[in-house]
Ligand binder design. Sequence first.
Ligand SMILES: N[C@@H](CCC(=O)N[C@@H](CS)C(=O)NCC(=O)O)C(=O)O
Length: 213
Amino acid sequence: MYTLYYSPGAASLAVHAALHDTGAPHRLVNVDLDVPRTEDYLRLNPQGTVPTLDIDGLAHRESAAILMLLTERHPEAGLAPAPGAPDRGAWLQWSVALATSLGGPFRLWFYPQDLGLDAHDEQSRAPIRRTLEAGFERIASHLAAHGPYLLGEHFSTADYQLCMYLRWSRAMPKPATEWPELERLARLVTARPAWRRAVGHEGLRGWLLDEAQ
Ligand SMILES: N[C@@H](CCC(=O)N[C@@H](CS)C(=O)NCC(=O)O)C(=O)O
């Protein structure tokens, strides 16, 4: 049995959507990130972050790793190229690259305390913004040549990761949807029934979903 510890719209969203794709029964626990985590939760996840996916009593952390684990446990869901398939390496590469090149900077964007700051100012925000926009640019160029998904014609969990990060940029000075290839991918991914179910359960509104209907 799966239990997903999540917070609406957080790094748990990609995992939540993938869980719906697997069709596996799962329980959801909403972790309030505005208050200190409980001792019980810190035992599951010492960093106090979401997501945590409990699988039969064993806690798993890190959204990219959990997504990879789900693809391994549910090969029939078709969420990743099978081991040995030609584009398996590209899928592994994107899964890790997105977590580091977008996930890392986004963490600094939303958590200035990670940089020892109480709050961001223009000066502290500028290099993070440049890094994220350079990442969007690189990914958009890739999609222009090889899209519409990261692996071409085939959707994979890496697209869930990317879509989640693109969503996080929606209040940035230059949202990711200003890159047409990124907007196209976001529309494709947010139209998936599993994504829609996840955002519905999390009570999220807007961001392409309403516009796309
Ligand atoms: N690299 C981690 C990042 C997890 C993360 O930072 N989650 C945020 C929400 S998006 C969180 O739990 N923040 C609460 C906190 O740091 O106290 C992952 O992808 O799972």
